[in-house]
Design a protein around this ligand. Sequence first.
Ligand code: TLP
Length: 344
Amino acid sequence: MRVIDLRSDTVTQPTPSMREAMYRAEVGDDVFGEDPTVNRLEELGAEMVGKEAALFVASGTMGNLVSLLTHCQRGDEVILGDRCHTFLYEVGGAAGLGGIQLRPLTNEEDGTLDLQEIEAAIRPPNIHFPPTRLICLENSHNRCGGAALPPDYMESVAAIARRSHLSLHLDGARIFNAAISLGVGVKELTRHADSVMFCLSKGLAAPVGSLVAGSEAFIQRARKVRKMVGGGMRQVGILAAAGIVALTEMVDRLAEDHYNARILAKGLAEMRGIEIDLARVETNIVIFSLVAEHITPGELVMDLEDRGVRLLAIEGNRLRAVTHYGISEEDIKVALEAFREVLQ
Ligand code: TLP
């Protein structure tokens, strides 16, 4: 039976051209800065998001952790959203390993944080307060249904950060999805951030890896932090080679995933027992609620699994399906048919 795996875009298989590039990759010891393929990936990644330099890291989680550890001292406070990945799903690494206090503000449905709430959360000098050091945004916003935050919003938050001498970090795990959905160049979304993390291993289909990009000085410090958390890898050009293919061959096709996500969302919207806000489906993530009385989210997931369709129950009655490389329009039609059968 063909399995249509919509649990995440992290399940993508590397493309034939990635495997070929990995096989042929020229490598060296990257801790000595001598892996030419890693160096090429870092230069390309930095250039694409409009930053001076970039650093190849093992995962998005490591990229965000390294960024926070580089921006902050122990005891510093970071303002971020209560539904962002760093707050929910990164094992509390910033606190556990960096002694950094996270200050979550309520995420709006569109993935933004209220500008006035951000301003109000910035600590004035006072002997009792931890110093606010950093604001984090996520774009596209995973738990807010893949919402894309527009350039003018990014700019407004950056202006607040600048006025208060704070830095801005962007979790851009799916930043290319956001840019394509908004119809803007990716630099329009990254230019206001001091640091950007973006993933090669999600919709771009590389097997491993993310990049952190920022100023030359920031990346130099981040490189040392990466070593501290055990992320200094050696002949890692084997992996970087796939990352280069991801950035050069896999960005434009993300539009296909967005198209398929819309088809899935529209199909689900017509089914009794499912509630979904179509206006919120902007990229490759489809989040919906199960309101049928005869079946629980866990049962729905299991019944679909029996029919070869996989997705994730995320919390309460909410479920998530993600489209990606390897999932075709035909697969979406098959998946919708399975939903119809199960919900009948
Ligand atoms: N997200 C994964 C899971 O961890 C939930 C997924 O399936 O969506 N930032 C954002 C916005 C992410 O969505 C993720 C991964 C990360 C960071 C972390 O990346 P990895 O998984 O490479 O550590």
